[in-house]
Write a protein of this length. Structure first.
Length: 155
């Protein structure tokens, strides 16, 4: 993922993130980013937010969501609401990029992207955003960002 703030762009999980203005300066109690997921890209690991409400609005393309064990496809101008305590993730299984808006409320989740985003000006930013060392850092500290990542189910 690449986060594009008002001043810069960052990669995080191979995705492109652009903050709507400065997330810390909006007057509402939410963080909002405009995102682009490349064709065929898997999103973050399945996770739960205990405090954050999260919403997704697809602007162009299509995302496939996994929400509490169910698959839901969201196309342009469709949205998905993810209440606190809900296991979820998403991916772009299409052969074209998907542009979408992501909102976390209350405000505060943007610090995750600020911490783990790799500046797009760095060489190999996309690869660095999913490097095993970066993934291990995310897994080790995700709970600090109200992102609980349960272990994979035992077979």
């Amino acid at each position: 993922m690449r986060q594009k703030s008002h001043e810069n762009e960052k990669q995080c999980f191979k995705m492109d993130f652009r903050a709507k203005g400065n997330p810390a300066s909006n007057s509402g109690d939410y963080d909002m980013v405009v995102c682009e997921t490349p064709a065929g890209a898997q999103g973050p690991p399945p996770h739960i937010h205990t405090q954050y409400k999260e919403a997704f609005l697809v602007i162009a393309g299509e995302l496939e969501f996994f929400i509490d064990g169910k698959i839901q496809v969201c196309r342009a101008v469709e949205s998905v609401d993810v209440p606190p305590g809900t296991l979820h993730t998403f991916s772009n299984k299409q052969n074209q990029p998907c542009t979408w808006v992501n909102i976390h409320s209350p405000k505060g989740f943007s610090s995750f992207f600020e911490t783990f985003g790799v500046s797009e000006t760095e060489t190999d930013a996309v690869q660095k955003s999913v490097h095993p060392e970066m993934i291990q850092k995310v897994l080790a500290t995700a709970k600090d960002y109200d992102m609980l990542i349960p272990p994979p189910p035992q077979e």
